[in-house]
Every structure is written in structure tokens, then in C-alpha cells.
Design a protein around this ligand. Structure first.
Ligand SMILES: Nc1ncnc2c1ncn2[C@@H]1O[C@H](COP(=O)(O)OP(=O)(O)OP(=O)(O)O)[C@@H](O)[C@H]1O
Length: 732
């Protein structure tokens, strides 16, 4: 035995791995120096613009990745049947010698795959898998699994069970960690699945959907270089959720990911309120696509004469000419504003030609005997050009009175600059602002009855919105639909700003096309929100993760088929995560009846571990409930010192609890079931389950609340039940 109480064999192995780890860190430090120097040289060099820029940004990415790899640089070793040993880590480190094997294999590389998938029954060319536990630059432990026939019967289907259990039992800090060292085989399969098309990952609570989705983002960016430039969009359910996951991708060295919520996707629009459930449900329906198309169709211009006064002379394009220009402008699939831009261009051409024609008609009159008229025309055309703020061409308008192409161009540019001409064109085809259009549509029931006959009178009355009111989360998807229909109001040229991050560039551009989109808690999205997301990725490369059993938003679907059919038809594939890593078996066991009451159509996940503590159950009365909750939360906070406890209650009760002095402490949070979505805590107190199930999709909400703990659950109720929640005998 060593001084640390370990068998000598283990101590020797730790010492050996320490030597290896020291060398890996030395190599990483060398590479940091080397890449830094290359980056400086590339930035100062005068190479070709685009290539040089791409090289500088690739080097910056590599440098960032190297910098971030200081925690858990190397976490595993694969001893292969052919006698070779390969180390696996969060980044790859090449050997110092050109033709030698890498010193460290990146976890995303194909060669690392066996580390996550090999089992004793199917060893994939491995003899042994070793998990190496480290603290900063120090090796603190090794866990070995022998992958041979002798061990095949005894083995579980878990990969690196000891390291996994240690990770799962660790205290929660309020931030999610990456799980790169203990990924399980079914998770690894999803992470490495092809990126084309839409992949749906259904999984019960705690099966690692969020973790897998984030690791998939890192994997796809590593494997498919073309995604790096366009980036990956990650959409989560709330700001709190984004805060919770914000460390994961940076810890994996990833920068090309934009994480946001669905209501922040439209640049320049902030959702400052939530609609009532009923209103949010109505506004989320797919029928708005037709309604809004109708609204825009109704604002299409009608052919009528266009007259502009030019040097005192009215110049007119008649209805027929305007109709022809309109038809040309609208040809093909173009947005409202793109067609409008074409209309303006062509009308200006036609007006300039009409002015020139008019001049030639004057010449014809001159030839009939009015000698002085030529001079008048010339003077008039010069004055026109000057009045319109343009210079006549160097040749000027010839005294022979025939307008050249150059003269027509000068006149055209004058017309283009003229405010009155612009107003005349606007009159025929005005620019549309999505916010004004939506405000006009939602202003009263009559307007809605005319344009949204799909809604009932009661529904129309509900969605009427006061002019000037804040936009809601549901409104953002309607505004985005309108923004797509009308297009950009003016032609914009995108000027890349040096050094601007992908998030800044993509976040400011509604039409930014991401390389891949990951949607978490996707079961909550409405039909209109799905449409908004599809526009962010024209190639329709999506990873959609969620649990249909946890859906409780207004307008959310009850099956993946109904959620995805309008957007993807049948062009999506589904996979499942079946093991719950978060919630202990004792807690999961009491959710079966809750799922049944929620009308679940999918199997609950299998809990991977047991905490040995059955859920606590307290029945009390209205007078004592707050103190009972405070007492339960305090007990749990003390028991899981260094971790975090959540009290989950419906909104009114949560409000009351937040001011209770015993609950105002940094390791306790009071939240609603909706707010708890996607989050986890060491221990949870679920308050008044009857009140929770009375809410919209309340059984689903209760299921979410019950499955947030990694260690222990206590339920504080006002009565036994509700039937379906099986907690055993209450304590008080
Ligand atoms: N392979 C793994 N190794 C270590 N920890 C894991 C692993 N898989 C999942 N976990 C942990 O399990 C917990 C639950 O994971 P995650 O939040 O991704 O689950 P989820 O399916 O998104 O849950 P929910 O649907 O409830 O939001 C997290 O703490 C995560 O780190």
C-alpha cells in the first residue's frame, strides 16, 4: 500500500500516467507558442485577402482550443489488441516527429470512437480502456476496464462506470459541465450521426439530451469544416437555461456557436412580455402563415398612371406601361421589397426615356419652323440636370436636341435623386414595415375578421393588441414571418467587420444562414416558431432534442409527428436516449403514474443509479405549509452542502416563498415548473403537486418538477395524491 492508502500497483500506474501527462502539457505549451507565432506572422503578412483572413481565423480557433484544454487535457487511454496504446483527450496533439502517431487523439476523431463504444462483448480492437482522472496538471486516479471475453458476462453496458458514477454523484454548481470523458455509447452514436437532414433525439429527463446536443455541435464543427464559417445555432428554452449551459462549448474549445432563445432571433425586436396561454396558443398556430401572406398580398400595388412633373412639364407613364413594369417586377419568387426595388428601377428607366422622348417631340416641332426652340430645349435639359442636383455630361446635351444614352442616364440619375419622384413611386408601391403591418392587423376585430377568417370571433377578440403595447414572445414569430415576406426595405450591402465574432455578425443579420441548427426542449415550439427556425438554415440540417412528455407550453405539440410534419413532412429521423443519468431510481419510480396521467406515448428512461433515499413526503395544511417547505429545503441544503437545492412551486406560491427568510440563501432557488425546465439540482422540494397538475398540461409540469434532482426529492403537499403520484406513506 502507498502512503495515500492505494495498492502499490495503482500508485505505479498513476506515476506512469503523470509522466505521460507532463509530456502532453509540455507539447501543448509548445504548440501554444508555435500557433501564436504563426498567427502573428499571418496577421502581419501581406498574403491574398480571403486566404490570409481564413488562415488567421483558423489559427485563432486553434489557439483558443489549446488555451481552453488545460482542464482534463487527457482523460483516457486505449490499450489496443495489437499492443499499441493511444491517449484520448479534449484536443488532438500531434507528435514532434512528422510521421509518428499523434501524442493525443482528439475525442472527436474517428480513431477515438472505440473509447466510447468498446465493450467486453464487442471490444472493437481494444484490450483495455483506462479512464485517467486529473486535477489540473496532476493525475489523481485511474480506472481500468478489461475488455476481454472473461469479463464479458460481468460487464454492464455502461462505459467507464466508475468515472461515470463519480461525475454523476458530484455536487451541482449551477453550471453544466462537459461530459467528454464519460460519454456513453448511445450518446456517442447520436453525436457522430450524419449532419444532413433533421435528426430528432427523444429522451426522458436526465438522459443527457442537452449534453449530447452540445457535444454534437462541437463534433460537427470539428468534422465538417464548411460549418465553421456559417456556425451552428443552438436554441434553448430560456435565458436561465442558456446561462446554465454557457460553459460547455467554450470548455470544449468551441467558438463558432451562437446560443440564443427563439424570441431573440429577430434582430432589432425584443419580446418584453408573455401573452396569456390562450393568446400564445392562438398566435402560435401555423394558420398565420396564410393570414400574413394575405395581408401582404392585399398591399400589392395596383397598376395606375404615374405622373412626375419635370421642368414644369408633366411626364406620365400610363396604366398599361405601369402594369407591364409591375408584372416584370413581380416575376419569379421574390420578396415584396425585392419586387418593389425592381419596380423602382424600371419605372425610373421608363420615366427617363419618357423625358427624352418628350424632348425629341419638341425637336420635331422645331423642324416644323420654330428655330429658337432648339436652344430652349438645350437650356431646359441643362437646367433639369442641374436642378436635380446632377452634372450634365462632359458633352452636355447636344444642341442638335437628340438625347444620347448618356443624356438619358443623367436625367435618370436626376429623377432618382428627386424627393418628389421618390414620393410618386412610394405612392404606387410603399415600403412595408413588419411592425406597422402587424400593428394594423391586430388593431381590431373587424380587420382580423376580414383577414383571419380561420379564427373564431372569440379567438379574434383575444388576439387584439393595443397599439404601442410591447411585443410578446409569440409576436416575434409573426414579425419574423412578415419580415421574410417583405424582405429588406432597401438593398443592403453587408460589410464584414474585421475581428467581429460570428455571434455578432450572425446575430445582427436576420437572413444569416447557419450551417446547422440545434434545438433544445424542442417539444415546446409552436408551428410559427418552427417556421422561423427553418428560415435560419435553408439546408435544413437540424438536431432536434426534447422530451414530448415534458411539453407544456401553449401551442406545443403532443407528438413529434404533429410537431414536425408541417416543417419537415416525413423527412426526419428519430432516435432515442433510454438511460436516465440524472435522477435516481427511487425518484424515477414514482413518476410512472404521472406519465400515464399525462397521456404519455413514450417509454420512461431507465435510471442508471440508486441514491438509497426514497422521496420524502410531507402532508400539511395551508397555515403550516410555508414553514414545512422552508424546513425541508434547509434540511436538504445542509445535507448537500456545497451543492444546490430548488424549491419548485406554481407561480403564486413561488412568489410567496421567495421572500421567506429561511429560503433566501445562495444555495437555494425558488422557481416554477416551467422555469425548472432543463435545469438540475442536488435536491428538490416539490410544493403542492395538486396545484401544479391544475395548470395547463399540469401532469407534464409535475413530471418536469419531479425529475430535476440528482440525489433527493421531497414533496410537500396539502393533501394525499394526486392519484398517479405514488410517494408511499407521508411523513407528517
Ligand atoms: N455520459 C455522461 N457522463 C456524465 N454525466 C452525464 C452523462 N450523460 C448525462 N450526464 C449528466 O446527466 C445530467 C442530465 O443531462 P442533461 O441535462 O443533458 O439531460 P436532459 O436529457 O437534457 O434532461 P432534461 O430533459 O431533464 O432537461 C447532466 O448533469 C449531465 O451532465
Amino acid at each position: 500500500m502507498s502512503a495515500a492508502g492505494r495498492p502499490d500497483g495503482i500508485t505505479r500506474e498513476i506515476e506512469r500516467e503523470q509522466v505521460q501527462l507532463d509530456d502532453l502539457f509540455a507539447r501543448r505549451d509548445e504548440l501554444i507558442e508555435q500557433v501564436g507565432a504563426e498567427r502573428r506572422a499571418a496577421a502581419e503578412g501581406d498574403g491574398d485577402g480571403t486566404y490570409a483572413e481564413a488562415r488567421v481565423s483558423a489559427l485563432a480557433r486553434r489557439q483558443h482550443e489549446l488555451d481552453k484544454a488545460d482542464r482534463g487535457l487527457c482523460f483516457g487511454r486505449m490499450d489496443r489488441a495489437d499492443g499499441a496504446s493511444w491517449y484520448v483527450g479534449r484536443i488532438g496533439l500531434p507528435s514532434r516527429h512528422d510521421d509518428a502517431d499523434p501524442l493525443l487523439i482528439d475525442w472527436r476523431a474517428p480513431a477515438a470512437r472505440a473509447f466510447y463504444t468498446a465493450t467486453a462483448a464487442r471490444p472493437d480492437g481494444l484490450r483495455r480502456r483506462r479512464h485517467i482522472r486529473t486535477d489540473e496538471r496532476r493525475v489523481i486516479g485511474v480506472d481500468d476496464e478489461l475488455l476481454d471475453a472473461e469479463n464479458a458476462d460481468a460487464a454492464t453496458d455502461l462505459v467507464g462506470e466508475a468515472a461515470l458514477m463519480e461525475a454523476l454523484d458530484a455536487r451541482r454548481t449551477g453550471s453544466m459541465n462537459d461530459i467528454v470523458s464519460t460519454l456513453q455509447a448511445e450518446q456517442d452514436d447520436i453525436i457522430r450521426a450524419p449532419h444532413q437532414g433533421c435528426l430528432v433525439v427523444q429522451g426522458g429527463p436526465g438522459t443527457g439530451k442537452t449534453a449530447v446536443a452540445l457535444h454534437r455541435a462541437a463534433y460537427l464543427l470539428f468534422t465538417h469544416q464548411h460549418l465553421v464559417e456559417r456556425g451552428v445555432l443552438v436554441v434553448g428554452p430560456s435565458r436561465a437555461f442558456l446561462d446554465y449551459i454557457e460553459q460547455v462549448l467554450p470548455s470544449l474549445g468551441e467558438t463558432q456557436v451562437v446560443a440564443t432563445t427563439v424570441d431573440r432571433l429577430l434582430p432589432g425586436t425584443t419580446a418584453a412580455r408573455h401573452d396569456s396561454d390562450a393568446v400564445a396558443e392562438i398566435k402560435g398556430r401555423g394558420l398565420w402563415a396564410d393570414v400574413l401572406q394575405r395581408v401582404i398580398d392585399e398591399r400589392q400595388p395596383v397598376a395606375r398612371p404615374v405622373t412626375v412633373v419635370h421642368e414644369g412639364e408633366p411626364i406620365t407613364l400610363d396604366t398599361e406601361e405601369v402594369a407591364e413594369i409591375l408584372a416584370q417586377a413581380r416575376a419569379g419568387r421574390v420578396s415584396h421589397h425585392e419586387a418593389r426595388g425592381r419596380f423602382r428601377t424600371r419605372t425610373l428607366d421608363a420615366l427617363a426615356e419618357a423625358v427624352a422622348r418628350h424632348a425629341q417631340e419638341l425637336i420635331a416641332s422645331m423642324e416644323e419652323g420654330f428655330e429658337d426652340i432648339l436652344a430652349r430645349i438645350d437650356a431646359s435639359m441643362r437646367a433639369q440636370a442641374q436642378n436635380l442636383g446632377t452634372q450634365s455630361s462632359s458633352r452636355g446635351v447636344e444642341v442638335d436636341g437628340v438625347a444620347t444614352a448618356e443624356d438619358v442616364a443623367v436625367i435618370r440619375s436626376g429623377l432618382r435623386e428627386s424627393a418628389t419622384v421618390s414620393a410618386a413611386l412610394d405612392d404606387v408601391w410603399p415600403a412595408l414595415d413588419p411592425q406597422t403591418v402587424l400593428t394594423d392587423l391586430l388593431r381590431d376585430v373587424d380587420e382580423l375578421a376580414r383577414l383571419a377568417p380561420e379564427l373564431t370571433a372569440d379567438e379574434r377578440a383575444l388576439v387584439v393588441r393595443e397599439r404601442g403595447a410591447d411585443w410578446s414572445t409569440a409576436d416575434v414569430a409573426l414579425l419574423d414571418e412578415l419580415a421574410e415576406l417583405v424582405g429588406a426595405p432597401t438593398e443592403t450591402t453587408r460589410v464584414p467587420v474585421d475581428g467581429q465574432s460570428l455571434a455578432a455578425r450572425a446575430g445582427a443579420d436576420r437572413t444569416w444562414a447557419y450551417g446547422h441548427v440545434i434545438v433544445d426542449e424542442a417539444q415546446e415550439l409552436t408551428a410559427m416558431q418552427w417556421r422561423m427556425l427553418l428560415r435560419r438554415c435553408p439546408t435544413r440540417s437540424f438536431t432536434v432534442v426534447g422530451d414530448i412528455n415534458q411539453a407544456d407550453s401553449p401551442g406545443s405539440a403532443r407528438s413529434w409527428e404533429s410537431a414536425l410534419e408541417p416543417s419537415f413532412g416525413t423527412r426526419w429521423r428519430r432516435t432515442e436516449l433510454t438511460v436516465c443519468y440524472r435522477t435516481p431510481h427511487e425518484v424515477m419510480a414514482c413518476t410512472a403514474g404521472v406519465l400515464e396521467a399525462a397521456g404519455s406515448t413514450v417509454l420512461p428512461p431507465r435510471a442508471v443509479r440508486s441514491s438509497g433515499r426514497p422521496p420524502g413526503h410531507v402532508i400539511t395544511d395551508d397555515r403550516r405549509i410555508v414553514d414545512e417547505i422552508a424546513s425541508a429545503a434547509t434540511t436538504l441544503a445542509d445535507r448537500y452542502a456545497g451543492g444546490r437545492v430548488a424549491v419548485i412551486a406554481v407561480a403564486g406560491r413561488a412568489e410567496q416563498l421567495r421572500s421567506h427568510t429561511a429560503l433566501v440563501r445562495p444555495d437555494v432557488v425558488v422557481i416554477t415548473p416551467e422555469e425548472s425546465k432543463g435545469l438540475e439540482f442536488d435536491a428538490v422540494v416539490v410544493v403542492d403537486p395538486h396545484a401544479i397538475v391544475e395548470q395547463r398540461r399540469g401532469w407534464n409540469g409535475l413530471y418536469v418538477a419531479l425529475t430535476r434532482c440528482t440525489q433527493e426529492l421531497t414533496v410537500v403537499a396539502l393533501a394525499d395524491g394526486p392519484a398517479g403520484l405514488d410517494l408511499g406513506t407521508p411523513a407528517g
